[in-house]
Design a protein around this ligand. Sequence first.
Ligand code: TTP
Ligand code: MG
Ligand code: MG
Length: 382
Amino acid sequence: MPARRIAHLDMDAFYASVELLRYPELRGRAVVIGGGSAHQPVPQPDGTHSYSLLRNYVGRGVVTTSTYEARALGVFSAMGVMKAARLAPDAVLLPTDFKAYRHYSQLFKAAVAEIAPEMEDRGIDEIYLDLSSHDEETETLARRLKQAVRDATGLSCSIGVAPNKLLAKICSDLDKPDGVTILTPADIETRIWPLHVKKVNGIGPKAVEKLAGLGLHTIADLAHVDAGLLQAHFGRSYALWLQDVAQGLDERPVVTSSEPKSLSRETTFERDLHARHDRDTLSGIFTALCVKVAEDLKRKGYVGRTIGIKLRYDDFRTVTRDVTLPASTDDAAAIRRAAGECLRRVPLEKRLRLLGVRVTALTPRGAAGDTPGPSQGELSLA
Ligand code: TTP
Ligand code: MG
Ligand code: MG
């Protein structure tokens, strides 16, 4: 597989930086975002504003973010505002204004998409980009992206470029704010291994604690630990993933927002049906749903690997089951077989009011990794 060039772009102190566009006189000060409307700055006759200070705060609010000046005093996202007030009593407190943040989010993403349309939206202030098809040298391209964001919004961001999403995400954080970090596989041992495991997206506080209990703190520790020990404590799939992480391996594609994540069809019955008494009716509906999903996949040009079902009982309780196939498919018979397998794993004593079939883990048909399934198949009932 040819090496990919994946970027992760993350805005710097995003909510706070948007507020500073509005109140430029606060630049250079410790500012915390997290107040309610009572903390709205009050305009003064001389054109300046009177601001709420953290020292006067009483309440249960939480810091959404803070300027880098406030971070230097120990004030970070998710901290209680009253605790922040003890650390930084003179910091300015501003109310959150999601509408403004959403507006700037759209602006920066649109500016980036003009240059690099293969973009995956990862939330209000970050995106992944697949830059593999660009000819431009990486550093030049990254700087051009940063300039486009600045021109469109007046805001700075940090970019990491690496062979995959895992490493790109780590890298965008290594030189914040206003940074560009480019990483090649040869840099993994020197630049990634020394980092704490918590820097990895997907190793949450619980896993961090458990790893610490095993004496594992850095990514290098993960790289050197016995695979059996990880499996014993974390289960097979997470352990295997941790080992991939330590080697800097990650093959997840950049999923552009125009691509669907799943396709599904479901139907609510006119009267509640019973799995045994209404077996033929149910089978017919079930098969028809699979045929429709397969048609949707073919029409949109996707194949999917994970086939799931959704059942709702007459008491409105909903259950889902899914199964992942060895290869992606858009074949109605294969989907019907897999969905039938799922159906056998749910209790069927109660009457049903809804049945649904969903295909997830979609990839564009013909993309690397999908093996074309049979185009025609027999629709036999499970
Ligand atoms: P982040 O990108 O995590 O943080 P940031 O942009 O403020 O700072 P950095 O320069 O380190 O990237 O989050 C983006 C926005 O999401 C942030 O500005 C506020 C909001 N947010 C919360 O509301 N609560 C949280 O706990 C976090 C982490 C972020
Ligand atoms: Mg950010
Ligand atoms: Mg972010």
